[in-house]
Write a protein that binds this ligand. Structure first.
Ligand code: HMG
Ligand code: MG
Length: 300
């Protein structure tokens, strides 16, 4: 049993939350979002992606946004990079933490980054080497850990293998991701348990999309299994443009409400988070997907 009562939320709304939005948001709004998030007590905010702007037009302003955000001491601002080219551009923009991403299923990886799993891992090798030499922290994502939009079922052994490869290459933390939100608690827990046989639990994170409404239940099951790092996005924004059927991430407001209710600590001011989620949904001109923000919206 993990008796550690501190949970770190990795807020992914500026990256995962926005990457699937068709209406291009101006950099001012993105900078304002990240600055607001920085004031909530969050310790990690994934700010943007240095991917091809042809693949993800919404985040073509990555360097400008990264440059302009207020960097609060003690808060990490990782950025997503798919290859060495992205890593170099991110470093020039001043990034000191990056995330690499691959998947446990071949077909999804091909659709998402036009590479096989093996090719993607090979692409990360120079990234990990340069990052090590430059003192840059690298996080690794394993997508489709509980199901693939093309392949369907994904064997747990495939998730374990890819996660271990990333960890052995030098990623300090591995986030196992239910990209299309099809997982259920017992499956999520079994997957995390299997991965934790190869990678210490303190180096694992969970990343749930909420397509089938299972995300909070999955997180609870994974907390019981011992995980203490959870990815989420305010207002329940998010989704991968190359994962058919993917919907938003689990809403940070709902995760924080649940965690505090369980007596776990996050260091996050829930009122500020709710206000930020409500503000973001207004900027996106769509209703919030956070139940907590819906419940409190009149008070914002
Ligand atoms: P490609 O077309 O196979 O690559 O794309 P390429 O090497 O042939 O390059 C094509 C063009 O892109 C070239 O430009 C390169 O310079 C440029 P051109 O010569 O044609 O003008 N390029 C870049 N430009 C900027 N930054 C770069 C970069 N790399 C190449 N880093 C590539 C391959 C990986 C680039 C492309 O497939 C890509 O960018 N994919 C990103 C897809 C993406 O961002 N998906 C969403 C994030 S993952 C996710 O959401 C899942 C996650 O949340 C966890 C979960 O929920 O599962 C993390
Ligand atoms: Mg995601």
């Amino acid at each position: 049993m993990n008796t550690n009562s501190e949970v770190r939320i990795v807020e992914v709304s500026p990256r995962d939350g926005l990457q699937n939005e068709k209406t291009l948001l101006p950099p001012d709004i993105k900078v304002a979002l990240i600055d607001r998030l920085s004031a909530t007590g969050l310790k990690t905010i994934e700010t943007t992606s240095f991917v091809s702007s042809r693949w993800v037009p919404q985040l073509a302003d990555a360097a400008e946004v990264f440059n302009r955000i207020r960097k609060v001491p003690g808060v990490g601002y990782p950025v997503l990079v798919p290859n060495e080219q992205g890593y170099r551009i991110a470093r020039t923009a001043g990034a000191t933490e990056v995330s690499v991403f691959t998947a446990a299923s071949e077909a999804f990886n091909r659709a998402n980054i036009n590479a096989s799993i093996e090719e993607s891992l090979q692409r990360f090798e120079p990234v990990l080497e340069e990052a090590k030499a430059e003192g840059v922290k690298v996080r690794g994502y394993v997508s489709t850990a509980l199901g693939c939009p093309y392949q369907g079922e994904v064997p747990i052994a495939d998730v374990v293998n890819v996660a271990k490869r990333l960890y052995d290459m030098g990623c300090y933390e591995i986030s196992v991701a239910d990209t299309i939100g099809v997982g259920t608690p017992a499956k999520a827990r079994a997957m995390l348990h299997a991965v934790s046989q190869e990678i210490p639990m303190h180096a694992l994170a969970v990343h749930f999309h909420d397509t089938y409404g299972q995300a909070l239940a999955n997180i609870l099951a994974c907390l019981e299994e011992g995980v203490r790092v959870v990815d989420s996005a305010v207002s329940g924004t998010g989704g991968c443009p190359y994962a058919k059927g993917a919907s938003g991430n689990v809403a940070s407001e709902d995760v924080v409400y649940m965690l505090h209710g369980l007596g776990l600590t996050t260091g996050i001011d829930l009122d500020l988070l709710v206000a930020t989620g409500a503000w973001l949904s207004a900027q996106l001109n769509k209703p919030t997907a956070s139940r907590v923000t819906k419940a409190r919206i009149t008070a914002v």
